[in-house]
Write a protein that binds this ligand. Structure first.
Ligand code: CP
Length: 324
């Protein structure tokens, strides 16, 4: 018998959201559909629904974040949950308390969900394996491993603009080797059945055997971007690079920066995405980032509805019916 997916409860419903890997297509569609149904909450005069009233959600960010932390907080508040933002810099972890002891103390305060960002790959799985049975864990980015809610908000954005996944050719450009976002996007795109996923970048930033994930590798931008429907740019993850992988940011921009001229070989209606934070003049030209094909800020907005969907489904208040 295959090992049970720890992200599912005994009934096959979502309990934790740690990685996109291993989920069936229908679970991803359920998340997108639930997010679609919750996206209208923002248009109400009172931007709230009572789905998670009485629940307590703890944001535990051991790494910096702007978009993910704030949209998780907004999403929890729009679901009427109580939210605690733990400031790790002034928490007792600075006095030597272990990660697990911090969690057990928060658990003793009757919390229902931990949203965790951590520099170590596998941190969210480790926490999920140690929490009490009533607690859900959502991975907000762990090392190079996974950033599943980012991937799902990206899929939501693509579906909103393009309608259907099957005919699409999607290129992910840049530092694939150090990117948890790229890994989660590749799993989501291939599970949702896009026509082709390409990764483009210098040899030093493409992980070995990445083709085994079902992608095609390109080292030349003009070839890789040709006739694409979606172009996803990534920043150089300098904080996770080991050794000198690039001659200089200037040279990188000359070869792999997304300029209007380079984008001309993509389809005329191709969209440009970026999970943020963007580095203008390093991986993307300002006029592209701010231009008519860019959906970068729409991605941020959609993060709220997608995180509302994931949190409500994990805590058993969602609208999903599928099995993982
Ligand atoms: N996309 C993303 O994870 O951004 P933050 O680091 O600002 O959360």
């Amino acid at each position: 018998m295959p090992p049970r997916n720890i992200q599912l409860n005994e009934q096959g419903r979502l309990r934790h959201f740690l990685t996109v890997e291993g989920f069936k297509r229908q679970m991803l569609i359920d998340i997108l559909d639930t997010a679609e149904s919750l996206s209208g909450v923002v248009d109400r005069s009172v931007k709230k629904v009572p789905l998670l009233r009485g629940k307590t959600i703890v944001n535990l960010f051991f790494e910096p974040s702007t978009r993910t932390r704030t949209t998780f907080e907004l999403a929890a508040k729009r679901l009427s949950a109580d939210v605690l933002n733990i400031n790790i810099a002034v928490s007792a972890t600075t006095k030597g308390e272990s990660l697990l002891d911090t969690l057990y103390n928060l658990q003793a305060m009757h919390c229902d969900m931990f949203v965790v960002r951590h520099a170590e790959s596998g941190a969210a799985h480790f926490i999920a394996n140690h929490v009490a049975p009533h607690i859900s864990v959502v991975n907000a980015g762990d090392g190079r491993h996974a950033h599943p809610t980012q991937a799902m908000l990206d899929m939501f954005t693509i579906r909103r603009v393009k309608g259907d996944f099957y005919p699409l050719t999607v290129a992910i450009v840049g530092d694939i080797a150090n990117s948890r976002v790229a890994r989660s996007q590749i799993h989501a795109l291939t599970t949702l059945g896009v026509n082709e996923v390409r990764v483009i970048g210098p040899k030093t930033l493409i992980p070995p055997a990445v083709e085994s994930l079902g992608v095609h590798v390109y080292h030349d931008m003009s070839e890789g971007l040709r006739d694409t429907d979606v172009v996803i740019m990534l920043r150089l993850q300098n904080e996770r690079m080991q050794g000198e992988l690039l001659p200089s940011e200037h040279e990188y921009y000359q070869l792999y920066g997304l300029t209007e001229a380079r984008l001309a070989v993509a389809k005329p209606d191709a969209i440009v995405m970026h999970p943020g934070p963007i580095n203008r003049g390093v991986e993307i030209e300002s006029s592209v980032a701010d231009g008519p094909r860019s959906v970068i800020l729409e991605q941020v907005t959609h993060g709220i509805a997608v995180r509302m969907a994931v949190m409500s489904m994990c805590l058993g208040q969602g609208m999903e019916g599928g099995q993982g």
